[in-house]
Design a protein around this ligand. Sequence first.
Ligand SMILES: [Zn+2]
Length: 187
Amino acid sequence: MSVEQSVLERSAHACELCGSTDAVGVMLVSPKTLSTVDDSIAVCAACQSAMNESVLDAKQWRCLTDSMWSPVPAVQVVVYRLLKRLDSESWAQDALDMLYLDDDTRKWAEQGVQAANVEATVDVNGAVLQAGDNVVLIKDLDVKGANFTAKRGTAVRGISLSDNPKHIEGRVNGQRIVIISAYVKKS
Ligand SMILES: [Zn+2]
């Protein structure tokens, strides 16, 4: 079973942040770079685009007070980062106080607090990339953990964004990989 299928099975095809079953995809949680089930969460299109806004809409994210109880560390990490961005809200502060993360998970979560940001994801020319865009690789990329090189000129269709603006995800040679956004050109 692919990583995507396994994650969607874990989440019963629902968004692990808000519970929606509408347009649910799989997102790798930064700064992890190799897509695995444990490092990925199922997230709906609405949550994915909302988390890339420069200012979070607090009302929309009240769902975090439920999803914070997820037993999945990758979900806890994303919830923690979002709550940190919402900590001007008293309910979000309360939730952060209650959110229990073990040491490794906390370290992981904090690594991304700076990355979980306001920057847009852009290609080599500074063009803003969005989920679903098609891009072309502008250099050969050795894919860590998989034994192949993604060749310059390879088209990657229907990319996903990650919560790190410097990374996108896409399928090359049938494998979902993380690609540095500066190494692609929007097509
Ligand atoms: Zn959602």
